[in-house]
Design a protein around this ligand. Structure first.
Ligand SMILES: [Zn+2]
Length: 345
């Protein structure tokens, strides 16, 4: 079916109490893998492109890939701009065929963030496109720790990694959490459709060990009553059981991704975890086939690994079976997903 609006997908998800994954693509293989996973799980899906991905692949190429994949798919597929940082980028994406926009003005003073978000919402709504905007700051791990500090922490056992991270970055992350009264004002004055409200996650964490301030998320959702978007989800604890297994002790008010979906998280962005999985499988294939001449022999295992990882997230968010599409889309029907056979090279 043609690309759909994120509003159609997310309002239904909120009403029915599940979340929809918004997966970042960096190349053709990842885009195919994400849509194939959604197809196999019969789930709605959001594929999103950051400005970095748009620069890498080209705006027209991103749109064309998304359009072709959506048209061939039986489940709803959305093409979303992730972290659009200015007005022009949003207008370019609107014109190119994106079906969902984002303005990230979190670095601006609140007044300016409100004014620019409202301007983008105005033009987007005039052609029926929804807009996500950010309040509070979801910080990036690279901005919080040096490469040397990260390498040192990553070499430790998981519980120790968490203990040190909590001490080193916890207070700064906490200081950037969104406030419910500001969130309410922001939504009222901008008319934005979905709110990326910082509630303690961090972009780019290498391991899913970080807790969310679920108490604050609930207060924000209760104040604004629109779907809340999760950024930095790759590094967030999946469930309470998962926290226990990893030796992470939750403080009062803290919770996991599962807890957060119950109280307002509706669009869950996953970028780092898929990129890491893609690279892991590609490098593993390269190590097994030294001197390989055909890039497809390295990229196809990476694509398959991303399909599997995306399916895990879809089931975690409980959007599987919610795609409402035909059931005829059998495994492997997405173009390009077949094995490369001898003689086809
Ligand atoms: Zn983000």
């Amino acid at each position: 079916m043609p690309l759909v609006s994120s509003k159609d997908v997310l309002l239904k998800a909120r009403a029915e109490g599940y979340a929809v994954g918004a997966f970042n693509l960096n190349n053709m293989e990842m885009a195919q893998a994400i849509v194939q996973a959604a197809e196999e799980e019969q789930s709605p899906v959001i594929i999103q492109a950051s400005q970095g991905a748009i620069k890498y692949a080209g705006l027209e190429m991103i749109c064309a890939m998304a359009r072709v994949l959506a048209d061939a798919s039986s489940v709803p597929v959305v093409l979303h701009l992730d972290h659009g940082t200015d007005y022009k980028q949003n207008v370019k994406c609107l014109r190119a065929g994106f079906t969902s926009l984002m303005f990230d003005g979190h670095e601006l003073p609140l007044e300016q963030n409100i004014a620019m978000t409202a301007k983008i919402v105005d033009i987007a709504h005039s052609v029926g496109l929804p807009v996500e905007a950010e309040i509070g700051s979801v910080l990036t791990i690279e901005g919080l720790l040096s490469d040397a500090e990260m390498a040192e922490i990553r070499a430790l056992e998981v519980p120790k990694q968490f203990e040190i991270l909590r001490k080193k970055i916890g207070p700064r992350v906490e200081a950037h959490i969104a406030r419910p009264e500001e969130a309410k004002r922001f939504v009222d004055e901008t008319g934005v459709d979905f709110l990326a409200a910082a509630v303690g996650s961090v972009h780019g964490l290498w391991l899913d060990i970080w807790p969310l301030r679920v108490d604050r998320l609930k207060e924000i959702y209760d104040a604004v009553q629109i779907p809340i978007v999760s950024h930095g989800s790759s590094g967030v604890l999946i469930s309470k059981a998962h926290a226990e297994a990893k030796g992470v002790e939750l403080l009062p008010g803290e919770g996991s991704l599962k807890d957060a979906i119950k109280v307002g998280y509706t669009k869950i962005n996953v970028a780092t975890a898929l990129s890491m999985e893609f690279n892991r499988a590609m490098l593993e294939a390269a190590a097994k086939r030294p001197g390989e001449k055909d890039p497809r022999k390295l990229l196809d295992p990476a694509r398959k690994a991303v399909v599997a990882k995306t399916k895990e997230y879809i089931r975690l968010f409980e959007s599987n079976g919610k795609g409402g599409g035909a059931t005829c889309a059998a495994k492997g029907e997405v173009a390009g997903s077949q094995e490369i056979k001898r003689g086809e090279e």
